[in-house]
Design a binder for this molecule. Structure first.
Ligand SMILES: Nc1ncnc2c1ncn2[C@@H]1O[C@H](COP(=O)(O)OP(=O)(O)O)[C@@H](O)[C@H]1O
Ligand SMILES: [Mg+2]
Length: 266
């Protein structure tokens, strides 16, 4: 559709942008550095950030950069995660059928993780995304995973990823035991105006754009509307490109952005 009108070879502002084409903000680089450290030392890390600020994308990139000869990443993202599904999901990713009862599955998982480390020399990295949706029982279960850390060497790296409420919840008295075990914390933030512009540039460069499509004032308005959240930038830019191509505008200016916001996104 609009791709051919603007002479683009890939769709910009899409969620499946390859991980080596991402916009590398300083906070993304810093977070990746910390996650690597957490994987290496088998630490417990918590990543929080508002919705659409790039948490899952950060994990996607992290998973791609981990050396598969050294690490095995287990990724879970399920808002209705129960302890049984938690163990089942991890065992399945390791290629095993989970035992039926929770306690059995738990022991089974521990054994497999020990084998991974002992025989295959692989360090396990468990990532639980959308962790702000986990209920108390599930967070307790996570705490149990950490309790495996009785011996000097911890059996796995654990990374909880969630919206800011996760951090607020972890500060409640009921979660003290979990909170005290957190080794590393990372907070993703909204982009500022300059970062939002670089972000857009990166998506457009990836898509093969050879000239500027958005005017400076258009970027001002996109920044204001999105408050620098990647997902909202994507949404608004996509609508603008559609609108622009349908109306034959090679350059998208602020008036068009306003029209799109008022017309389609209000
Ligand atoms: N650094 C980045 N470079 C390019 N696109 C990004 C980047 N960060 C996020 N995005 C895009 O923004 C959207 C929202 O990111 P996502 O990781 O799903 O946010 P969250 O998990 O915090 O809700 C995705 O479609 C993703 O492709
Ligand atoms: Mg996400």
């Amino acid at each position: 559709m609009y791709e051919s009108f603007y002479g683009l070879s890939h769709t910009p502002f899409s969620r499946d942008i390859p991980t080596d084409k991402l916009y590398l903000s300083s906070i993304l680089e810093e977070t990746l550095g910390r996650l690597e450290y957490a994987a290496e030392r088998q630490l417990f890390a918590v990543i929080t950030g508002d919705c659409g600020t790039g948490k899952t994308t950060t994990i996607r990139r992290f998973a791609k950069t981990l050396d598969p000869a050294k690490y095995r990443i287990l990724y879970l993202s399920d808002s209705k995660l129960t302890p049984r599904h938690f163990y089942k999901g991890m065992l399945e990713q390791l290629g095993y059928e989970s035992k039926f009862y929770r306690g059995d599955a738990k022991r089974q998982l521990h054994r497999e993780i020990e084998l991974m480390r002992g025989i295959h020399q692989l360090q396990v990295v468990v990532v639980v995304d959308e962790a702000h949706l986990l209920d108390k029982e599930m967070l307790e279960e996570v705490r149990f995973l950490l309790n495996m850390k009785m011996d000097a060497e911890s059996p796995m790296a654990l990374i909880l990823v969630g919206q800011n409420e996760l951090w607020d919840r972890l500060h409640l008295q009921a979660y003290t035991a979990i909170r005290q075990r957190i080794d590393l914390q990372c907070k993703l933030s909204h982009y500022d105006r300059a970062e939002a512009q670089s972000y857009m540039k990166q998506h457009l460069a990836y898509s093969g754009a050879t000239s500027d499509i958005f005017s400076d004032q258009a970027i001002d308005d996109i920044y204001r509307y999105s408050s620098g959240a990647a997902r909202l930038i994507n949404k608004l830019c996509t609508h603008c490109l559609l609108y622009g191509s349908q109306n034959g505008h090679r350059i998208i200016d602020d008036r068009m952005v306003k029209r799109v916001i008022e017309g389609e996104l209000s």
